[in-house]
Design a protein around this ligand. Structure first.
Ligand SMILES: *Cc1c(COP(=O)(O)O)cnc(C)c1O
Length: 444
């Protein structure tokens, strides 16, 4: 029982030099728990001795653990630029710097400076986006899933929205068109078959309860072989004829022409807007290469209605989103693609990637690795089944073991034909030095 009397008193215990500069309230809370555990162990005769120093170290360890970051930067060496599990689009540092002035100060987020009264948060990106897209009006919400939800809820609640059976997509992370539709209150009217939907299928489905004809981009799969889909132009024509709303969920929208003929099966925003759609929506952080957001564009009459929906309050974006988005749109207006990393990575030439891989190979020794030509995907629910060229550094050795060790060091690579690859398509040059360090650490 003597041991119990030796247990430290909290007030005195937390005064130890070891805890200098730390939050003593938190230390005290952790220490109480530890000492209580110790008391029980003594009573249960599980321990026969302890030292104050041990307890102090234990408390300090637990304290420090609390502050270990949960979100940490990684090197994406998978070659997949829009990696959904690794944060999709990157934000350029300088672009973020410009945006940060707004984020770290009070701003005119909802303040009209001219009149000195309440303003409109959505207005800040509106003009830039209208200029960029050449549309009547725009609205920005939390992500494209919210955009789809808001549009269906506003225009098709209790009414039918017609969608092709070939377009009832599921995007990673449980976004499913049929389920989103049900939640929004819209009634899904499926038409056509998985591989074929004709204009007449849409037409035959139209009845007095039809609100809209919706087209959904096949973001992460493709239907090949005996297949047919109805163009947006034809859908739009039907909508005009029957006075219905036409809406295109693009998933990912992009502005400049894509390299490697990647745009062959996927029209650009410019091409789609040629058909004069009433409403479109797309993600801010897929091929558009900005922050997480859902961008809605189209007729001002319709955008007005969306703004009046109470749901918008729940889907609204913060100043952080708006200020970064504003900077990305300005980069597009300047055609400064350097500050849009998603595009910058996509546009990197094979020669540039090869030069970087070769330089690293030289540094670590040619017996340990080889530079190879490979292919990769864009990812993030864009450009499905479209591979394009890339360059990899094959690290020699057991692929599965290497994958695990590199992962432990914050580098996520790819295994291809039993080879562990570091694919340069998705790597910013500024981390090349760090990659050499990691390889050397693992291969010693
Ligand atoms: C990705 C995608 C969505 C969801 O967009 P988020 O921005 O991830 O919410 C919706 N529809 C389609 C067709 C998509 O590709």
């Amino acid at each position: 029982m003597n041991l119990l009397r030796e247990l430290p008193k909290i007030d005195k215990f937390i005064k130890s030099k070891k805890f200098e500069g730390l939050n003593l309230n938190l230390i005290s809370k952790i220490a109480k728990q530890k000492i209580e555990n110790l008391r029980e162990k003594i009573l249960n005769k599980e321990i026969v001795s302890f030292s104050i120093e041990e307890i102090e170290d234990d408390v300090k360890n637990s304290y420090e653990k609390l502050f270990e970051p949960s979100l940490i930067p990684l090197i994406n060496a998978t070659g997949v630029i829009l990696h959904t599990n690794m944060g999709r689009s990157l934000i350029d540092k300088e672009l973020l710097n410009r945006a940060s002035k707004v984020i770290t100060n009070y701003s005119n987020l909802e303040y009209n400076l001219k009149v000195g009264c309440r303003g409109e948060r959505y207005e800040h990106v509106t003009n830039h986006l209208k200029n960029l897209l050449g549309v009547e009006d725009v609205l920005v919400v939390n992500n494209n899933a919210s955009a789809v939800f808001l549009i269906l809820n506003t225009f098709a609640k209790g009414k039918e929205a017609v969608v092709s059976r070939g377009e009832l997509v599921e995007i990673g992370g449980s976004f499913r068109i049929p389920e989103v539709m049900a939640q929004s209150g819209a009634i899904l009217r499926e038409v056509g078959a998985t591989n074929k939907t004709k204009k007449s299928d849409y037409k035959n489905a139209i009845n007095e309860n039809t609100a809209m004809l919706m087209k959904v981009h096949k973001s992460n799969f493709s239907i090949e072989g005996f297949s047919e889909e109805t163009s947006y132009k034809e859908i739009k024509a039907l909508c005009s004829e029957f006075d219905l709303l036409d809406y295109y969920d693009l998933g990912s929208g992009y502005i400049p022409e894509l390299p490697y003929n990647l745009g062959a099966n996927e029209p650009s925003l410019k091409d789609i807007l040629k058909d004069d759609p009433s409403l479109i929506s797309f993600s801010g952080d897929k091929l558009f290469g900005s922050v997480q957001a859902g961008i809605i564009a189209g007729k001002s009459k319709l955008i007005e209605k969306l703004k009046k929906n109470q749901l918008l309050r729940m889907l609204r974006v913060d100043k952080i989103t708006l200020s970064i988005l504003e900077e990305t749109i300005k980069s597009y207006l300047r055609e400064d693609f350097k500050s849009i990393p998603t595009l910058w990575l996509l546009f990197q030439s094979i020669e540039d990637l090869e030069a970087r891989a070769k330089k690293i190979a030289q540094e670590i020794g040619k017996d340990k690795c080889e530079v190879i030509k490979t292919q990769t995907f864009m990812g993030g629910g864009t450009l499905p089944s479209r591979k394009f060229p890339s360059v990899g550094l094959h690290i020699k050795g057991k692929a599965v073991k290497l994958e695990r060790e590199f992962r432990k060091n914050g580098l996520i690579g790819r295994i291809e034909e039993d080879k562990f690859l570091i694919d340069f398509r998705s790597i910013l040059p500024e981390v090349d030095g760090r990659i050499v360090e990691i390889i050397e650490e693992i291969l010693v």
